[in-house]
Design a protein around this ligand. Sequence first.
Ligand code: ZN
Length: 215
Amino acid sequence: MRSFFISILVFIGLSVQAQKLKIVEKPIIWDSLRQALSVEYLKDRHGISQKTPAIRPKMVVCHWTAIPTFEKSFLAFNSSTLPNTRKELQNASQLNVSAHYLIDRDGTVYHLMPDTLLARHVIGLNYCAIGIENVGDGSANPLTEEQFRANYLLIKQLKKKYKIKYLIGHHEYTKFKDSDIWKETDPNYQTIKFDPGDEFMNKLRAKFKHLKKKP
Ligand SMILES: [Zn+2]
């Protein structure tokens, strides 16, 4: 009988541990240039004038990087300005793309920048959106079970900290276009996105009944 109770306690202990999320702090460059470009982005793109690029998160947007490794994905976000290869984004702003979190294929969560500063990852919504990038793509490197679990635990944690109302995939962002939540000064600035796809997002949203996918 005693050993039975001990096994139950060990089982509970292991389950609690399995629900815990380890987050590794791995900041991207945040210098005065990135700070200034972020303030400028808020003003020029979202029409919001502020002294700092502070945001009030009310949405989580999930992505895949379309880059096969963590190292290369990190490098893509690290610099303060966009590389010359992203001409379609350069006209809108020189600010480099980034996200608040980057999840490796083994499910390790890396925290790249403070949750309450602007990251450029979703047109029209950056001023209120926390971005989660996942290393992978929709073909050769589909997102893993470990990544799914990490997204779930991370969003659960973010929900406790901020007033999150919406959970969307990057491919769903245009659903907000005709709502008050959408803030983009150029009505023609839009890109077509496929990440991370309906399967991943529907499975994830099934775990968060109160988070909405559209306004
Ligand atoms: Zn994306």
